[in-house]
Design a protein around this ligand. Sequence first.
Ligand SMILES: NC(=O)C1=CN([C@@H]2O[C@H](COP(=O)(O)OP(=O)(O)OC[C@H]3O[C@@H](n4cnc5c(N)ncnc54)[C@H](O)[C@@H]3O)[C@@H](O)[C@H]2O)C=CC1
Ligand SMILES: O=C(CO)COP(=O)(O)O
Length: 348
Amino acid sequence: MERNRDSVAVIGAGSWGTALAMVLADNEHKVKLWGHNPEQIKEINEYHTNKKYLPDIHLPEGIIGFASLEDALFGVNTIILAVPTKAIREVIGKISTIRKEPLTIVHVSKGVEPDTLLRISEMIEEEMPAHLLESVVVLSGPSHAEEVSRRYPTTVTVSSKNMEAADRIQDLFINNNFRVYTNPDIVGVEIGGALKNIIALAAGITDGLGYGDNAKAALITRGLAEIARLGMKMGASPLTFSGLTGIGDLIVTCTSVHSRNWRAGNLLGKGHNLQEVLDNMGMVVEGVRTTKAAKQLAEKYEVNMPIADALYDVLFNNINTKDAVDRLMARGKKNEMEDLTNVLDNNL
Ligand SMILES: NC(=O)C1=CN([C@@H]2O[C@H](COP(=O)(O)OP(=O)(O)OC[C@H]3O[C@@H](n4cnc5c(N)ncnc54)[C@H](O)[C@@H]3O)[C@@H](O)[C@H]2O)C=CC1
Ligand SMILES: O=C(CO)COP(=O)(O)O
């Protein structure tokens, strides 16, 4: 494919930022990878590795590490923001003080902010002065960094309020290992990506309890039903939940040992406590924070979200994991589609 060679800064040198920097370098873009740990940046530049986050992976030499945010931002018009959701306001705040020209920000984080209940693109719009923000694009979908960095076939979706910007980001990333679709439904794309982490925590728990595949299939499908109910009330298209950022990401996160959310849930199901689990993970487990937001969203939009509710009690009210599953199974009788069709009918 003929393509322009762009200069792009990836902000955040954890697993996902590094894997995406590799895709961009494979596409022959000039890639600046910024991280806040100078030792790690030295490792990237001297040895072309990032062993803590992607062991056994050799990074393309076209990726240049930067410990200075100012230097990383110099001469680029597009950044890929790949930090945990809890760091987004701080990092955007720093970028705003450095930057003088407008930027396109592609965010790849999966979460909803507790209390404000903002999606990530909304947080960026709130935090970044409007004259410095050209467009915000989200890139999401079933994509573990461990597999992308091995160049295994992967599909993702990009979305934006400005679909011309999304088209440009599709061109920036797409290659024969990394296939990029577009979808104009930014609410659905962001909500699907954020809330699948909760269901992955729950799937890890049932696996940790030794409950088998029936329970996991139940969580994936009933989890999707509750995500879709909420998403539609927030303005998303129901179709998005049948796509890569809906069922696609649910499948990959609930069934893969690469998922940090699944792994954290698995340890909880085996009887470890939350703090112990998070201390041992060494990487971000977004679903914990998003569970708080989901509980608040369910109340705000008056949506029934029993799985998110049970998970909230496990994480924050010390309810035993087995009791939480028993509670879900003992709920009153229902028509499988009733809540979903009620939301659909009310949205028409
Ligand atoms: N790892 C994956 O396969 C995927 C991750 N994501 C999303 O990408 C986002 C980032 O996740 P990962 O890269 O996997 O996390 P990670 O835990 O592997 O790396 C996070 C990086 O952010 C840095 N960081 C933390 N706080 C910071 C701060 N205040 N300022 C600057 N840097 C800071 C850490 O030092 C680390 O380098 C998350 O929202 C996650 O849901 C999305 C798709 C795939
Ligand atoms: O979002 C992901 C895959 O699409 C990564 O999931 P985890 O954050 O659970 O590892």
